[in-house]
Design a protein around this ligand. Structure first.
Ligand code: URA
Length: 425
C-alpha cells in the first residue's frame, strides 16, 4: 500500500477499501504517511465525501489507533454528552453533576476552546485549584466517588484523531462532515460510555450554519454510535443567539452555579434539562426528575464534590477582569438580533479565547449580556458589559459586534426561535 494511490482513489471520486483506510490511518499515526500526504487526502475527502461504510471504517481505525476505556467495573450505567460547540455553551458544567444526581455516571472528556467557541476545560480552570489533567485511575476514582468527572482526554485516546485534527485545523479541512463525525465519534466510542447524547448546534455561532448540514452530521454520528453499540441520540439546537447571559470562562462558571442553585437564565435551564432527560433515558435510568435535582440541591452537592475531587475550591471567589466597558442601545425599540458569532468573536478578542493552542486565556474576560432578542430597550440602556484585563482590546472587540446587534422600531413583533429544533435517534 502507498499513500499516493490512496490519495488518487479519493481524488478521482473512488471508494476507499477497508484495507486502504486501515493502512493509511495506522501509517499516519506511526509517521510513515507524511502530513502533506494526509492533508491531500483530507482535502480529497472534503471535496468528494465518503459513504457510510467508509466513515464507519475510518472511525473504527482511529479508535484502534489508541486505547479504549472501560467503565463497566463501576456497575452503574454511564452517559455522556457532546456539543459541537457554541457561544455561551456552558451546559456541560451544570449537566454532568445533574445527571450524576439522578443516578447515571458521567465520564465527560472535554476540550479547550479554539476560535470563537469556548472550551469546557478553560471554563473550569477559572476555579482556583481545579485540575483538568487526570490519569485514567484518577478519572475512575473521581467518577466512582462523585458520579461525574470532567477532564481532558489523555494522549492514549484516539491518537490518530489528535494528529489529524491538528492538521485539519491548519489546512482548511475541518468542515468536512465525514471528518467531523469520525473525529468526534472515535473519541466518544473509545471513551467507553454506554449512552451518548449529541448536542448539534445550528446557526451563526456554530460549525453548522444551516439545519440541513446539521441534520446530516447528526444522522452520521448517531449511525456511527449505534453501530458501535453506544445508545446515541442527537438534539439539534439553536446557536443563532448566545446561550444564557454570559460568554467567557469565569463568567460562565458563575452562571452555571446559578443554574445548579435552582436559578439561572431560562434557555440554559431548558437545554440543561432537555439534555439531562435524554441522557438518563438513553442510559435507562428512570429514578429522579432532573428538575427536582436542581430544586432540592442534590445537583449542587454533586457539583461541589466533583470540583473538590479535582483540586478545586467550590467556595473560592472566581476571577474578575480588571476592566469593564458597557455597550449601550443606539436607539429605542425591540432588540431583534444579538448574533452568536459576533458575541463569540467579541469575547474571544477580549481574551476569553485563544488563537493558537498554546495561547493562555484570561479567566475573567468575556461578555455579559443584559438584553436578549425580544426585549424592549431604550436608547442608552446597557446591552452588554465587556470584561478584560487588557483594556487596549476593547476597540477591536467592539468591532466584532458591528452588524450583530439590531434594534427594530418600538412595537415590532418578535417570535423567538425554539431552543431544541429537532431530535434524531
Ligand atoms: N470537534 C472534534 O472533536 N472534531 C472535529 O472534527 C470537530 C469538532
Amino acid at each position: 500500500m502507498d499513500a499516493p494511490s490512496v490519495i488518487r482513489t479519493k481524488r478521482d471520486r473512488g471508494e476507499l477499501t477497508d484495507g486502504q483506510i486501515d493502512w493509511v490511518i495506522d501509517a499516519y499515526t506511526r509517521g510513515e504517511v507524511a502530513d502533506e500526504q494526509m492533508s491531500a487526502l483530507a482535502m480529497a475527502i472534503l471535496l468528494n465525501g465518503m459513504n457510510l461504510r467508509e466513515i464507519g471504517r475510518w472511525t473504527d481505525a482511529m479508535i484502534r489507533s489508541g486505547e479504549r476505556m472501560d467503565f463497566s467495573a463501576l456497575g452503574v450505567p454511564t452517559a455522556d454528552k457532546h456539543s459541537t460547540g457554541g457561544v455561551g455553551d456552558k451546559i456541560t458544567l451544570p449537566l454532568a453533576p445533574l445527571v450524576a444526581a439522578c443516578g447515571a455516571a458521567v465520564p465527560q472528556l472535554s476540550g479547550r476552546g479554539l476560535g470563537h467557541t469556548g472550551g469546557t476545560l478553560d471554563k473550569l480552570e477559572s476555579i482556583p485549584g481545579w485540575r483538568a489533567l487526570l490519569s485514567n485511575d484518577e478519572m475512575m476514582t473521581v467518577l466512582r466517588d462523585t458520579g461525574a468527572v470532567i477532564c481532558a482526554a489523555g494522549d492514549g485516546l484516539a491518537p490518530a484523531d489528535k494528529k489529524l485534527y491538528a492538521l485539519r485545523d491548519v489546512t482548511g479541512t475541518v468542515e468536512a462532515i465525514p471528518l467531523i463525525a469520525s473525529s468526534i465519534m472515535s473519541k466518544k466510542i473509545a471513551e467507553g460510555t454506554g449512552a451518548l447524547v449529541l448536542d448539534v448546534k445550528v446557526g451563526s455561532g456554530a460549525f453548522m450554519k444551516n439545519i440541513a448540514d446539521a441534520r446530516e452530521l447528526a444522522r452520521t454520528m448517531v449511525g456511527l454510535g449505534t453501530n458501535a453499540g453506544v445508545n446515541t441520540v442527537a438534539l439539534l439546537t439553536d446557536m443563532s443567539v448566545p446561550l444564557g447571559l454570559t460568554a467567557g470562562n469565569a463568567l460562565e462558571v458563575r452562571e452555571s452555579v446559578e443554574v445548579l442553585a435552582g436559578g439561572g437564565p431560562a434557555d440554559v435551564v431548558e437545554l440543561t434539562l432537555a439534555l439531562a432527560r435524554e441522557m438518563l433515558d438513553a442510559a435507562g435510568v428512570h429514578g429522579k426528575d432532573p428538575a427536582d435535582a436542581l430544586r432540592d440541591g442534590s445537583a449542587m452537592d454533586h457539583w461541589r464534590r466533583m470540583i473538590a475531587a479535582q483540586g478545586g475550591n467550590p467556595d473560592a471567589a472566581l476571577p474578575v477582569a480588571k476592566e469593564q466597558h458597557q455597550v449601550v442601545a443606539a436607539s429605542s425599540g425591540v432588540l431583534t438580533e444579538l448574533d452568536a458569532y459576533a458575541v463569540g468573536v467579541c469575547a474571544w478578542r477580549l481574551g476569553a479565547g485563544r488563537a493558537r493552542k498554546e495561547d493562555p486565556v484570561q479567566a475573567g474576560a468575556g461578555v455579559e449580556i443584559h438584553a436578549k432578542p425580544g426585549a424592549t430597550v431604550t436608547a442608552g440602556q446597557p446591552l452588554l458589559t465587556l470584561h478584560t484585563d487588557t483594556p487596549e482590546r476593547f476597540d477591536y472587540a467592539m468591532e466584532a459586534l458591528a452588524g450583530g446587534i439590531r434594534i427594530a422600531e418600538p412595537g415590532t413583533a418578535f417570535t423567538p426561535k425554539p431552543i431544541v429544533l429537532d431530535r434524531i435517534a
